[in-house]
Design a protein around this ligand. Structure first.
Ligand code: AMP
Ligand code: TRP
Length: 346
């Protein structure tokens, strides 16, 4: 049976993104990712999932994984995603991701994965002790994206290399299987003041869920007192804030706090400095804490309400998984035909 080559993707703008179901969400997740999803739901089809398959690349306690999955979904909705418009679902509930991931494992080259800096950072000196899943993690990520033929992926800075790999996989697949444009060359949406939020304890390392110190990050579920205390204890230097952005160059902690203020208030760093130049952290930190509480407080309240209603969250996630599969399955079917897998001809 001859198969016609599927047409290049020419549909509407499609957005895909995900956050791992691996514990408390923080300010970096909010500013680098979640906040960016919300306006996109007005202009594009959005598929926003909870990356539970990615989460288990490192150990996750089975007793709490499902609750962590619901918590990320609650954060999406609390930040303003509307489950009627955006498709919100658990990654593991749509098996098309895994079908495509295997095929992509056979397209991606070992040399490409060997260059992934996130694997090197996460595995440290003993990569032979890490799961194979942690190594092929970016291939699954490419499948997450391309199974929806996504055109745009809003993420933080740390995902840039994974998005480049996604494009490489799309291009190689299209070329190897003679299907120009079948998988789009997806664009990362990274720019913006919140793309790389740093730890409150060390302005040179990223704010991260895996940092052992809870004082390194502001969690979306922290109460107002905790937020204020974490900002107060954030590491700084003794100098007052400078007049210009250039003056922040060798001051990573000051730069980070000004960056957080700018991202939370929707201003440029220069505007923040125009207001606070010459003032010390004794003035700036309380202002930053108030701003963080004003923005994050209502999100935390709504998250708690949603987490208290798991049945409602489960209805949303089930409906999302069904809608996601409707888009993803035909893409997997077309991909399998291109690869030449057996199909009954009767
Ligand atoms: P993860 O928690 O690793 O699944 O990350 C979820 C999303 O948050 C991704 O788009 C990341 O790029 C983004 N993200 C994580 N940490 C930060 C950070 N410190 N600053 C900005 N974005 C971040
Ligand atoms: N790797 C991403 C992170 O840690 C999470 C993720 C998995 C993702 N699949 C994705 C993000 C697809 C965007 C698109 O942040």
């Amino acid at each position: 049976m001859t198969q016609s080559t599927p047409a290049a993707y020419q549909g509407p703008m499609r957005v895909v993104s995900g956050v791992q179901a691996s514990g408390a969400l923080h300010l970096g997740n909010y500013l680098g990712a979640l906040r960016k999803f919300v306006p996109l739901q007005d202009e594009a089809q959005c598929f926003i999932f909870v990356a539970d398959l990615h989460a288990i690349t490192v150990w996750q306690d089975p007793a709490i994984l499902a609750a962590q999955t619901r918590e990320v979904a609650a954060a999406y909705i609390a930040c303003g995603l509307d489950p009627k418009r955006a498709v919100i679902f658990p990654q593991s509930a749509v098996r098309a991701h895994l079908d495509l991931a295997w095929i992509f494992n056979c397209v991606a080259r070992i040399g490409w994965l060997d260059r992934m800096t996130q694997f090197k950072e996460k595995s440290g000196k003993h990569k032979e002790r890490e799961s194979v899943g942690l190594y092929t993690y970016p291939v699954l990520q490419a499948a997450d994206i391309l199974v929806y033929q996504a055109t745009h992926v809003p993420v933080g800075e740390d995902q840039k290399q994974h998005l480049e790999l996604t494009r490489d996989i799309a291009a190689k697949f299209n070329n190897d299987f003679g299907a120009p444009g079948f998988f789009p060359l997806t664009e990362a949406l990274i720019e913006g003041p919140g793309a790389r939020i740093m730890s409150l304890r060390d302005g040179r390392s990223k704010m991260s869920k895996s940092d052992p110190s809870d004082y390194s990050r502001i969690n979306l579920l922290d109460d107002a007192d905790t937020v204020a205390q974490k900002v107060r204890k954030a590491r700084t230097d003794p100098e007052p804030l400078p007049e210009t952005v250039e003056g922040l160059a060798e001051r990573p902690e000051a730069d980070n706090l000004v960056g957080i203020y700018a991202a939370l208030s929707g201003q440029a760093k220069a505007e923040v400095l125009a207001r606070y130049a010459g003032q010390g952290f004794g003035t700036f930190k309380p202002a930053l804490a108030d701003l963080a509480v004003a923005v994050l407080g209502p999100i935390g309240t709504e998250m708690r309400r949603l987490i208290g209603d798991p049945a409602e969250l489960d209805r949303i996630l089930l409906d999302g998984a069904r809608r996601a599969a409707e888009t993803a399955e035909p893409v997997v079917e077309a991909t399998k035909r291109l690869v030449g897998f057996w199909q009954a001809e009767v």
